[in-house]
Design a protein around this ligand. Structure first.
Ligand SMILES: Cc1ncc(COP(=O)(O)O)c(C=O)c1O
Length: 471
């Protein structure tokens, strides 16, 4: 028989072991040094984007370049071309400086590249994620029946909640979609919710008009009376309410909607109760603070983003539900090629995704290394940082608009510092710190959030100085 040998593997894609060792060690060192420079440098990007776009044109992919050159080029551009979440003076949106165990998890997942769609392909990762989901569910006060999975982000987890609520509301939803309902579908959350719910309504096929934004109580929390009224008005008009959502840690003000009253309304009305704890759910790690989420255990489902306050790498969300029987109903499919197709077990049959990355390892390693106590201390530290900033701003004549027990401060500057939008622009442009403008109960505020686990006293000093800089 003619023994024809195969061509070698493409070395640029699959270098030999000694090259991998050398490049891997070099990359680890380079990244560590870059991180140190990033932490000491400006928070905002400094790159000239016009020059960068021109430079990008040189990548026509006609002629390969050495990987080390491309890696060095990428690290340099990342160092100057993004808002730096790793900088301890980033007091921005819910984007953390990533914890180290989660970064290690990404390396491990990248190396083994497990396919988590099926439990037969990835028995260990699937069991590990299930174990972790149960641990998180227990922390939230759910019984042993709770189940769930990891998702790419809060939006995917919230989307899952809506699909479950719709599936629970009508047995024909899974086959007929919104047409199964006798009238237009409605679901309810406060006007201070994360507005991705609008996209979620669109994606789910019930239309953006299905989202009812309920009034807040003047302090950034959903008003249960207004909720009751909105449901009554909609029912009278022939609409079909399906879900109530409470936000535990609003994006703008870090407020926690009244969980028990929201649960009461949902239960009385026979509606799915979801708690969007994408950011605030992290307080469950702290024995001292977890009582703030009292009532979350009454939810049919919850969302927690590990890539927010747990500082996992992006994006790593957890969806937990006590109505696990709905997941196979909402996400069933059948194939002849998947190594296993066990209803209620295989992730591709119980979730939005098909191919899936080993996301849970990021939280698993962080929890394994720090324990609930360590993660809880990290969350408590964030609240201490914000408390300190609050005292310093009040002493400098600022007013605080929100009364959040969590790590978000919405602050209003004294008149001589000018308006909020210009002030924030000045701070961001200075590169000394990063904050965001937002609206809280109709008022322009500077939103300051403790997101970086390494913020020190001198970083708070730098922030306060930047905020109080006269125009
Ligand atoms: C309360 C809340 N829910 C949902 C989301 C969306 O999460 P993600 O960006 O992970 O999709 C956010 C994002 O900030 C949020 O603050």
């Amino acid at each position: 028989m003619n023994q024809k040998s195969l061509p070698d593997a493409i070395p640029a894609l699959f270098p030999k072991a000694s090259d991998r060792d050398r490049i891997g060690s070099w990359l680890t060192l380079e990244l560590e040094q870059a991180l140190r420079r990033v932490q000491a440098g400006p928070v905002a990007p400094t790159i000239d984007m016009q020059k960068f776009r021109a430079e990008l044109q040189s990548f026509d992919f006609g002629k390969p370049r050495p990987l080390e050159d491309a890696l060095r080029w990428t690290i340099e551009r990342m160092e100057h071309g993004i808002v730096q979440m790793a900088n301890p003076r980033y007091f921005g949106l819910f984007n953390p400086g990533a914890n180290f165990p989660a970064q290690c998890a990404d390396r491990i997942a990248g190396c083994f590249n497990p396919q988590l769609a099926s439990s037969a392909s990835s028995p260990v990762p699937v069991a590990l994620e299930n174990h972790l989901v149960r641990a998180v569910a227990q922390r939230a006060g759910f019984g042993g029946e709770a189940t769930g999975h990891f998702a790419t982000g809060g939006s995917e987890a919230n989307y899952t909640a809506l699909l479950c609520a719709l599936t629970a509301a009508h047995t024909n939803f899974s086959n007929q979609g919104a047409r199964a309902f006798a009238g237009p579908v409605k679901f309810y959350t406060s006007r201070d919710c994360h507005i991705a719910w609008l996209k979620i309504a669109h994606q789910a096929g019930v239309g953006r008009a299905a989202l009812r934004l309920v009034d807040t109580d003047g302090c950034g929390r959903l008003d249960p009376q207004a909720l009751r009224q909105a449901i009554a008005v909609d029912r009278a008009a022939g609409a079909v309410p399906v879900m109530v959502i409470a936000t535990a840690g609003t994006t703008g003000g870090g407020m926690i909607d009244p969980l028990h009253p929201c649960a009461d309304v949902a239960k009385q009305q026979g509606l799915w109760f979801h708690v969007d704890a994408a950011w605030g759910g992290a307080v469950l790690a702290s024995n001292r603070l977890r009582g703030l989420l009292d009532g979350i255990e009454r939810a049919d489902s919850i969302t927690i983003d590990a890539h927010k306050w747990f500082a996992a790498t992006m994006g790593c969300a957890i969806f937990v539900t006590t109505r696990g029987e709905l997941l196979p109903e909402a996400f069933h499919a059948s194939t002849s090629f998947t190594p296993s197709s066990i209803s209620g077990v295989d992730p591709y049959l119980t979730s939005v995704q098909w191919s899936r990355r080993f996301l849970g390892l990021r939280l698993f390693l962080a929890l394994a290394a720090a324990g609930w106590e360590g993660l809880g201390a990290h969350v408590e530290r964030g609240i201490e940082v914000i408390e300190l900033i609050k005292q310093r701003l009040i002493a400098a004549g600022w007013r605080i608009a929100n009364d959040s027990p969590l790590a978000v401060l919405d602050a209003i500057p004294p008149a001589d510092l000018g308006d909020v939008r210009n002030l924030v622009r000045r701070v961001v442009a200075s590169g000394r710190a990063w904050v965001a403008p937002t609206l809280f109960e109709g008022e322009d505020v500077v939103r300051i959030c403790a997101t970086n686990g390494e913020t020190r006293m001198e970083d708070v000093d730098a922030l306060i100085a930047a905020l109080n800089q006269r125009p």
